[in-house]
Design a protein around this ligand. Structure first.
Ligand SMILES: [Mg+2]
Ligand SMILES: [Zn+2]
Length: 202
């Protein structure tokens, strides 16, 4: 018997769920600051039945700015804050490497997502990637996810890159707008299904 497949939203961390200061690598869990709409957004996504995953590049580890243990403390505090607000995260994955390390897990390479999809029985075609960089969009595209670029974090400057729009499915102002967009997307595809598939969509 086949295991059930679940839809998921893959979330970048810095500039997507929490404030990201340019050139500043977050190494102190106490300095972590959620965007004010992060909890309402993730609660909405959970209510819609999505599994939630955080996928984050933490090259500050490779650069020697902080250790893996520190990065894991920041991730744990984030998960705790979100869970306390009713927005539980199923799993956080991070890449500890730098851009020149030749690893297979740094976004835009899809390995972190591939492992989560397999482990948690995720239906990629019903799932989304939300982030503030074109590398997040490329990552989502490689996994067959629908992609949403936020204008928070690096989003506004990333939009000026020529490759931004080709890799991006949709642009949202912030995390809550992205969650609402996802809600409408799944309702639309539901309506299309209930009309006998006449309006077949991909
Ligand atoms: Mg980011
Ligand atoms: Zn890596």
């Amino acid at each position: 018997m086949k295991k059930p497949l679940f839809p998921a939203v893959f979330l970048d961390r810095d500039g997507t769920l929490i404030h990201d200061r340019p050139g500043h690598y977050l190494s102190d869990p106490a300095k972590l600051r959620l965007y004010k709409n992060t909890i309402p957004a993730l609660r909405l996504l959970r209510k819609l039945g999505f599994r939630l995953f955080i996928v984050t590049n933490q090259s500050g580890i490779a650069r020697g700015y902080f250790t893996r243990a520190t990065a894991e403390k920041v991730n744990a505090r984030l998960e705790k804050l979100l869970a306390a607000g009713g927005a539980r995260i199923d799993e956080t994955a991070y890449c500890p490497h730098g851009p020149n390390d030749g690893c297979l897990c740094r976004k835009p390479l899809p390995l972190m997502g591939r492992k989560l999809i397999k482990k948690h029985n995720i239906a990629a075609e019903r799932s989304f990637m939300v982030g503030d960089k074109t590398s997040d969009m490329e990552f989502g595209g490689k996994l067959g996810l629908k992609t949403i670029l936020l204008r928070t974090g690096h989003g506004q400057t990333q939009l000026r890159k020529p490759q931004a729009l080709s890799a991006t499915g949709h642009v949202s102002a912030g995390i809550l707008q992205a969650a609402r967009f996802i809600k409408h997307e799944i309702q639309d595809s539901h309506n299309a299904d209930s009309h006998g598939g006449a309006a077949s969509r991909r």
